[in-house]
Design a protein around this ligand. Sequence first.
Ligand SMILES: Nc1ncnc2c1ncn2[C@@H]1O[C@H](COP(=O)(O)OP(=O)(O)O)[C@@H](O)[C@H]1O
Ligand SMILES: CC(C)(COP(=O)(O)O)[C@@H](O)C(=O)NCCC(=O)O
Length: 304
Amino acid sequence: MENFAEYDKQAWADLYPTTLQPIDPQTLEHLKAFNDQVAMTDVQQVYMPLIQLLRGAFDAYRQWQQRKSDFLHQPARTIPFIIGISGSVAVGKSTTARLLQYLLTELLPNRTTQLVTTDGFLYPTKTLQAKGLLARKGFPESYDLPRLINFLLQVKAGEPLVKAPVYSHQTYDLVPDEFTAVRQPDFLIVEGINTLQQPAAAHLYVSDFTDFAIYIDADPKLIETWYLNRFQKLLQTAFTDPNNYFYRYTQDDPDQALARARQTWATVNLPNLRDYILPTRDRANLIIHKGQQHMIDRLYLRNY
Ligand SMILES: Nc1ncnc2c1ncn2[C@@H]1O[C@H](COP(=O)(O)OP(=O)(O)O)[C@@H](O)[C@H]1O
Ligand SMILES: CC(C)(COP(=O)(O)O)[C@@H](O)C(=O)NCCC(=O)O
């Protein structure tokens, strides 16, 4: 990571010292993803400086949009500033995405922020089955990349309403006929494991549309424990619903169910991390590194 400046958490916090606490513990608890952890101190020490940095990037972006419109003798348009959030399955991308959405909305009351996740652009289970890709879920070929690129093209074209498909972890499939309506927000957060990938067959990548990219990083061994831990908690909660895709696991012996989760990690999510997600890390503008208990310990800001 020679192209990055490394900051431990305190050094990062010192870049933008603040006593402002823009979120209360209950709201933070509500925002965080199932089984994730985020400390109130991290909001102040990590996220407040990050918001400040994003504000700077956003202002520069808007200025550039204005200059370009002036040069082209065109009226100025409001084109969303896209923040990409990438990293392994179970690393905690969704918590960071939701917290950023909350903080941007709270701290920039004149700006709108929306969030979409790229799992909505996975092929539906029926198609994955037909293509023999069910065991490759999350790998580049399991996403309808042209659909995702087309979505981003429309957003960046300044379309007033663009629809993003929605994925359900409950059914483990796309939700038919359900969409998130993206209405020209000032900030659009796009969260998903593939936001920094550059598949060989594509001529446009998700990263061509992102104005600031964040990668959440941690030791794969730790992420595995978070994945298994979350699975064990889900066994006691969401999976007990007979309509849940994983309901059958609750009917197994718990050790057997855990062994299956270990196998999914070893054969699907870990190879995906190693071969397709981790190699994209150095394309991020900012890497947020986590240690034990999901605690952020270091940040890496790309130099150029
Ligand atoms: N099988 C599942 N059932 C219910 N919720 C899930 C399941 N798997 C993941 N989630 C939730 O979906 C979200 C995305 O998870 P994931 O894609 O692993 O990314 P991350 O952990 O990096 O946010 C998280 O909020 C997670 O808690
Ligand atoms: C849907 C996912 C690919 C994650 O997508 P993401 O939103 O993180 O881009 C992942 O949660 C998943 O289903 N992985 C397949 C293996 C498993 O069941 O864990």
